[in-house]
Ligand binder design. Sequence first.
Ligand code: KIV
Ligand code: ZN
Length: 514
Amino acid sequence: MSDRVKIFDTTLRDGEQSPGCSMNLSEKIEVARQLEKMKVDVIEAGFAISSPGDFESVSTIAKTVKDCSVASLARSTVKDIDAAWEAVKVAADPPIHLFIATSPLHMEYKLRMTPEQVLCKTAEMVAYAKKYCSNIEFSAEDATRSDWEFLAKVVNVAIANGATVINLPDTVGYTTPNEMRELIEYMVKNTDHAGRAEFSVHCHNDLGMAVANSLAGVLGGARQIECTVNGLGERAGNTALEEVVMAMHTRPDLFGDLHTGIETTRIYRASRAVYNIIGQSAPLNKPIVGKNAFLHESGIHQHGVLANKKTYEILTPESVGIVANNLVLGKHSGKHAFESRLNELGYHLSPEDLIACFEEFKTLCDKKKTISDEDIEAIVLHKTTLEGMSEEEGYHLDRFVVHTSNYTTSTSTVSLKKGDELFEEVSLGDGPIDASFKAIDKIVNPEAHTFKTYTINSISEGKDTLGDVTVRLAAGGRTFTGKGLSTDIIEASILAYINAINKMQFAMAKAKED
Ligand code: KIV
Ligand code: ZN
């Protein structure tokens, strides 16, 4: 058995399908690029049959990504498998990932199939997919609540028909580490996999054990972990990529020669990019990537760390790509200093993006004395979210004026540009932000939607910090996340709302065309 544990990333499929995490095409491409740079083995880019939008994003990512394979999920049906293959066939060594449920509950109530019918369907559909490509992953959905003897029969049938990866998901996050390890050991012992197929684990985090269960599966003999950046995913999420990878990296005494191919110094950036795109930030105490993950506040801990870092630090911030700030940037910093700081932080921008970000940086320097790494990252990540929509396609803020106090109704006058046209509206509202959003609505007359959430975070310390606003709108069964960044929180709010409205209008117009 090889010591190499493959990382199969499903941020763009299992992660993206969870509430509040939907992404547009350019955002998905950005995530795929981050995953490629981090050197994951497989990117599951979506569920091709589920919508024309999903099909387009899987096939675009399959064309874009060069250094890892790109998979699409498919149910065990001819239509699903055809669509999955059509979407991934241009990728390097593309796998098809098909699944069917094997637990008594799922077979009886969801599939309305007998165990014999599930066995037959597995044989038939794996063989059908095998006509397209050699690399076939078969998942037995709800494996951890399935009868082990029956599951072993399904696994054998899948392998006999050409499956090369057998994935055993803990679909509802029900199992425990010991049980997961025993399940994999049982399958390794009782199936005809040797030299033909490898085992994979896919764990959900409902009881907070997804990472532990995945690692236990590896100790039991699995050689692939399915996971998502930041642990995004249905309900309580999936196994967090950064946590399983760093656990194996940090404990060679337990994992021996078992290792992944992940470039760990890319982890922090990938995590920040994904949080930024979905408009969330890491909980402060999130392992590996949370703001407090490497902070030592108590006196006893600080004393220990000063004497020897290893007293309280089991892994270094540098190992996941968090770099210490050794250069303060401000209004006198030139483009060269800005670019070299960006490079130190791991961002290598195209000349056009560099110019655009440098302009933003200069504007910020007029408002803020010193610019932190967080500010610089916020500028770069914010740029990324707007990528993919041309100037003409959306509205842009020209200017706004608000009148507000704690004893009068607020008024906002907003001017927006679209191409060469200028629009202006005024509105009253319950506070300056509500008034501004209403003025924007009068201009755009947007599609019917629900205003889901509004959040504001400060990027760094100090009263002059940048405000990072996220607005989430829901329409047509999808969520649209808008981001805005400014030292003025009303401006940041307006920018975020326009960004969300633009994305929504753009997607709805496209859906009508399709
Ligand atoms: O959780 C699950 O069972 C899945 C499968 C479709 C792989 O996501
Ligand atoms: Zn899942």
